[in-house]
Design a protein around this ligand. Structure first.
Ligand code: GTP
Ligand code: MG
Length: 305
């Protein structure tokens, strides 16, 4: 075959290939029509809440401390920080037990506000970060199986609705934690069986549980760790980096404050005024480990570049 003939034959085959694939596209493309348009309503707060699947069993199998395991809660916080670092439109997150809520501001336009993209990216990043960082928080506890999380999106049209949502989640922490703290003290220190402890607490009010803790176990509930009593609130703040000549760096900062009170919203005005710059924060207490870790990571990155 001459070179010219070969070229003609090759051109013919290439054209046929592209024509066929074009035809195949046009023939099958109609299936795209079955995909739903899933754009989230504009101008609403977007809450993504994830929750561990079967963590009752998971926590038992991995010997979580009762009623609260600091390692488990800090791992949840760490995974949530990964999510907030990836999705800059999140203005506040709230975590407790095996759940986390991420709040995207009303004006967020990521992925054209496509419901499925936002939901699945947040959920899969949280889950993979939880597994990726497991050994850092549980060095002596082998992960027995891959944990998973369910996730949902809830839209809130008003600032008041959003405040009430977060207050609802924090009130849930209070109810559960007071119950669990009393329940496990009755069992672990009081020698009751699970059934006996359950019966003892049936129909009791908060004040009764406080009284049991104080009079029988010498525990003042208000002195329990604020992370256990209030859950963890994550906010973006600029803090002084002691390793970087005191320059301010932007980090995700954990707070264990009462967000049901108005004082919280008056202090952290950037949540609703989300177009404002990240505010500086000069804590009186030592920087939390999780913040120091972020600052070290920033230093490491800036030294590399
Ligand atoms: P689904 O979410 O419906 O799949 O059920 P679940 O088993 O995950 O229960 P749920 O989400 O209602 O509650 C979380 C459960 O995780 C709690 O009831 C505890 O059993 C367990 N859990 C979460 N955090 C801790 C912890 O710090 N210590 C211990 N011991 N258990 C925890
Ligand atoms: Mg769960």
């Amino acid at each position: 075959m001459t070179i010219r003939k070969f070229q003609t034959k090759a051109n013919f085959l290439i054209k046929r290939f592209f024509n066929t694939s074009k035809m195949a596209n046009s023939k099958f493309e109609y299936v795209r029509e079955f995909e739903n348009e899933d754009k989230i309503m504009p101008n609403c707060w977007v809450v993504v809440r994830i929750d561990g699947k079967g963590f009752h069993k998971f926590s038992k199998l991995h010997n979580f401390d009762k009623p609260n395991d600091v390692r488990a809660l800090e791992l949840m916080n760490y995974a949530a920080i990964d999510v907030m670092n990836e999705f800059r439109d999140i203005v506040i997150s709230f975590g407790q037990s095996d759940e986390y809520s991420f709040v995207f501001h009303k004006g967020a336009l990521l992925y054209n506000r496509r419901h499925s993209k936002i939901l699945t990216y947040v959920n899969s990043l949280f889950s993979s970060s939880y597994v990726f960082n497991w050994s850092q928080f549980f060095p002596s506890e082998k992960l027995q199986y891959p944990p998973s999380f369910d996730a949902r999106i809830i839209l809130y049209p008003s600032d008041e609705n959003l405040k009430d949502y977060l207050s609802w989640r924090q009130a849930d922490v209070h109810i559960n934690n007071l119950y669990n703290t009393t329940f496990w003290n009755l069992i672990l220190k009081g020698g009751l069986t699970n059934n006996e402890a359950e019966k003892r607490l049936s129909g009791t009010l908060s004040s009764d549980k406080n009284e049991i803790l104080f009079s029988e176990f010498g525990i003042n509930y208000n002195n329990e760790s604020p992370m256990f009593r209030k859950g963890t609130i994550l906010l973006r703040k600029k803090v002084k980096n002691p390793n970087n000549n005191g320059r301010y760096n932007c980090v995700i900062y954990p707070f264990f404050e009462d967000l049901i009170q108005n004082k919280f919203w008056k202090t952290h005005t950037e949540i609703f005024d989300y177009k404002s710059a990240v505010p500086t924060y000069d804590p009186t207490e030592k920087l939390p480990d999780i913040v120091e870790q972020q600052l070290r990571e920033l230093d490491r990155k800036s030294q590399k570049t």
